[in-house]
Design a protein around this ligand. Structure first.
Ligand code: PGA
Length: 252
């Protein structure tokens, strides 16, 4: 059975004090929430990862990174390597978020390198992808998704997919308050799973968790998560409030 996952992407939010406070509140909120078969991930900004890792000890929460560089080390000012993440106890990294693609020029080719670097350093990858509004309007969304997966992931062996979580995030739904409908999410998730089945096999397709991201809130999470191919969510804005994030965790 594939795992249900709720991941909070904190983006460029929260100072050190705020990070500690939010984790404390979250630990309190999720006490007593049944988490069997579920994972709860939070992604603070780089500078607060290590204190966050310390803070979540003895809880069910996992601290993950929002990004990493593909090179092992070297002259890449301002960047962070896979080694640096594993060294402080981070085991999972988000790769390919649309904000990285849009504002920092991360192409499919770069993302393929990042995925390789992460996996070869034993990091699990939350791989994000999604179409823009103009793609959907023009009816090209399935084609765009297929190309994103092919270009960044389909060079991998089937076995690598046990260390990959997919996060479908239509760009037009991120931070806009406009979600894909539960049916639109299900339609795309089923398509993604069928692509993996075609390229690899049924077992790989069936085992992979596919998260939906884009304006998931306490009031719409349950409906989106009720769909058979939606295995959880990648949550931005609503992950910054312990009560809202917990309500979303409860909805899975
Ligand atoms: P949002 O962000 O929930 O604020 O739309 C989702 C994301 O970017 O992962």
């Amino acid at each position: 059975m594939r795992k249900k996952i709720v991941a909070g992407n904190w983006k460029m939010n929260n100072t050190l004090d705020e990070t500690k406070k939010l984790i404390k509140e979250l630990k309190k909120e999720i006490k007593g929430v049944k988490l069997k078969g579920k994972r709860v991930l939070i992604a603070p900004t780089f500078v607060n990862l290590q204190p966050a890792v310390k803070k979540i000890k003895k809880s069910k929460i996992e601290v993950i990174a929002q990004n990493m560089h593909q090179a092992k080390n070297g002259a890449f000012t301002g960047e962070i390597s896979a080694d640096m993440l594993t060294d402080i106890g981070v085991k999972t990294v988000i790769i390919g978020h649309s904000e990285r693609r849009e504002y920092f020029g991360e192409t499919d080719a770069i993302l393929a390198e990042k995925v390789d670097a992460a996996l070869s350093n034993n990091l699990e990858v939350v791989f994000c992808f999604g179409e823009k509004w103009e793609d959907r309007k023009a009816g090209n969304h399935f084609k765009v998704i297929e190309a994103q997966l092919k270009n960044a992931l389909f060079h991998l062996e089937a076995g690598s997919f046990k260390n990959i979580i997919l996060a479908y995030e239509p760009v037009w739904a991120i931070g806009t308050g406009q979600t894909a409908s539960a049916d639109q999410a299900q339609e795309m998730h089923a398509f993604i799973r069928s692509l993996i089945e075609k390229k690899y096999n049924n077992e790989t397709a069936d085992a992979i968790s596919i998260l939906y991201g884009g304006s998931v809130k306490p009031n719409n999470a349950e409906e989106i998560f009720s769909k058979p191919d939606v295995d959880g969510g990648l949550i931005g804005g609503a992950s910054l409030k312990a009560k809202d994030f917990t309500a979303i965790i409860k909805a899975i």
